[in-house]
Design a protein around this ligand. Structure first.
Ligand code: ZN
Length: 456
């Protein structure tokens, strides 16, 4: 007969299969699914997430969690299993409080809202998205209230993405950042503008895809354990340790956007691919600190990708793929990818203004969850904050409030992770150089992937 731990592991493995199918379905909906198949895919998502919900709230699961939490058993578990039981118990208690009908309709509302957001973004028309957003906001509030009836909903959301983090700490660190960055940005604005004209022109999309592929390989993405696709917004999907996928979004007139998205998502993917397979089906496999995850992607993107030394081993190759680059000296290119200037789109922002894009979203989320701002007022509030923080005003909602996918699927509380991750990065760089020596020397030698050297 199996003991409780063995039964628990079997149960986790069963739950895991639902997660697997759901992740694939979501990936497919955001990348390849044709319009006429959407309805059927959404039905499938709804079916599998309801089944998954039943498994995660089942009495037998709760019983196993209680048994494994008893000190004599708990102390005998390894660390990964202890964490799995602890998280499992927390989530079990939370999910038990959610009515199944609510959970099921929340899932459906989010899936529909994501599709509406894609359409709204393409048409730059907030009115297409507004009714969906309104529902997602109100249901996200209910969802959190069911899980943690006593807590402040926004605090619960923050904690979901960055365990242990709260708005008190974020208010303080973001406040300090804002105070330092606004005068810095003003000073930069008063100095001579960098010349970005060298990069202007049209870049073949097929060639940009080859650049992405080259970059992913360069930084160490394992193509046998991943895949690439196109989507409205770049993202990474961790299906399992042996299959971590990235997407990208291409613009004909701007190759830099896709280049840095490729490096960013590649950073997420390498982190996912690097997780030891002994942690499969445990809580360790999924990192619950998105700030830490973002620190990996943003480390590749900014700390490595914006250095001259990063490009030295591959600049010739970049020129082969994008012939226009052959006319641009490396130093000009490096200056262009490091230009600081206020712009509309977060994912394309430089390191200075990026922080302000996040602060804007954080301030808005606090308004949404604690203030009494209506959905119709949100685009205007966004634009006002853009003016206040960055001195520019979006010409339309496509380059304003519609640019990010996060709110469409209820991922409120996620945005701060990007900035926390960027702040961790500075500390990682310092620690890395202490241990491994100059990052520039490592990069110039083509050793970004560790000790295997690059044949560029
Ligand atoms: Zn990211």
């Amino acid at each position: 007969m199996k003991n409780t731990l063995e039964e628990f592991k079997d149960y986790l493995h069963r739950m895991r299969q639902y997660d697997h199918v759901l992740t694939l379905l979501h990936w497919d909906l955001s990348t390849l699914a044709p319009e006429k198949g959407v309805e059927a895919h959404m039905n499938a998502i709804n079916y599998f997430s309801t089944e998954q919900f039943r498994l995660s709230t089942a009495e037998e699961y709760g019983k196993m969690l209680r048994e494994l939490s008893a000190p004599e058993l708990f102390d005998s578990l390894d660390e990964a299993m202890q964490l799995t039981v602890k998280r499992g118990r927390r989530d079990y208690e939370r999910f038990k409080r959610i009515p199944e009908e609510f959970y099921s309709s929340y899932t459906e509302v989010k899936a529909r809202s994501e599709r509406a957001w894609e359409k709204a973004k393409r048409a730059s028309d907030f009115s297409v998205f507004a009714p969906h957003l309104e529902k997602v906001i109100s249901m996200t509030k209910d969802f959190v209230r069911y899980m943690e009836p006593e807590a402040d909903p926004y605090e619960v959301l923050l904690d979901m993405y960055e365990e242990g983090m709260d708005s008190k700490v974020i208010d303080r660190v973001f406040g300090e950042l804002k105070e330092g960055l606004l005068p810095l940005l003003k000073k930069i604005g008063e100095s001579p503008r960098p010349d970005l004209s060298a990069l202007e022109g049209k870049y073949d999309i097929a060639a940009q895809k080859k650049v992405q592929s080259m970059l992913l390989e360069y930084i160490g993405f394992d193509k046998d354990a991943g895949a690439m696709a196109e989507s409205e917004h770049p993202f990474t999907t961790e299906l399992c340790i042996g299959d971590v996928r990235v997407t990208n979004h291409y613009k004909e007139e701007d190759p830099i956007s896709a280049i840095f998205s490729a490096i960013h998502e590649g950073g997420h993917a390498i982190f996912g691919q690097g997780i030891d397979s002994v942690y499969q089906d445990t809580a360790v496999e999924r990192v619950d600190m998105m700030g830490l995850h973002e620190s990996q992607s943003r480390f590749y993107e900014n700390i490595l990708g914006r250095r001259r030394s990063f490009w030295v081993p591959i600049y010739r190759k970049l020129g082969e793929l994008l012939p226009k680059v052959q006319e641009i000296p490396l130093d000009t290119f490096v200056r262009a990818i490091n230009a600081v200037q206020p712009s509309m789109i977060r994912t394309e922002a430089d390191e200075v203004t990026y922080c302000l894009h996040i602060i804007l979203r954080y301030e808005m989320e606090k308004e949404i969850f604690r203030g009494d701002v209506s959905v119709d007022q949100l685009p205007g509030l966004w634009n006002d904050k853009m003016e206040e923080l960055l001195g520019i005003r979006p010409r339309n909602d496509g380059e304003g409030i519609l640019q990010d996918m996060h709110w469409s699927d209820g991922s409120f509380g996620y945005f701060p992770s990007y900035l926390l991750g960027s702040m961790y990065d500075g500390m990682f760089l310092e620690a890395l150089e202490k241990e491994k020596g100059s990052v520039d020397a490592i990069l110039e030698a083509g050793r970004i992937g560790g000790d295997h050297s690059l044949a560029a």
